[in-house]
Design a binder for this molecule. Structure first.
Ligand code: FES
Length: 99
């Protein structure tokens, strides 16, 4: 039986404010690009309403704000596969020295 242990988690906010800004399509875009060892989950409000769609990548605690579905492939390729967060998309509140 093959069981892949997820080592990373992509949390995509699906609560009111983020949904109004298109978070459902962002979640879909991540689901269309599955990566081994990465679990994509819909979560409740991440406490950063108005800056959404918000995406949080764990365990490294990288936050992305105002994510659009078109940007998801860059996050998948460069961050989830390549290991380098996409600087231009980072949420400055929690990553003040980047982007
Ligand atoms: S609704 Fe997404 S951060 Fe609050």
């Amino acid at each position: 039986m093959s069981e892949t242990q997820a080592t990373k988690q992509v949390r995509v906010c699906q609560y009111q404010s983020c949904r109004k800004l298109g978070a459902d399509r962002v979640l879909e875009a991540f689901e269309l690009h599955p990566v081994d060892g990465v679990e994509v989950i819909a979560v409740h409000c991440l406490g950063q309403c108005g800056n959404g769609p918000m995406v949080l990548v764990l365990p490294e605690e990288v936050w992305y704000c105002r994510v659009s579905p078109q940007e998801v492939p860059a996050v998948v390729e460069r961050h989830l596969i390549g290991g380098n967060p996409v600087k231009g998309m980072l949420y400055r509140k929690f990553h003040p020295s980047n982007g």
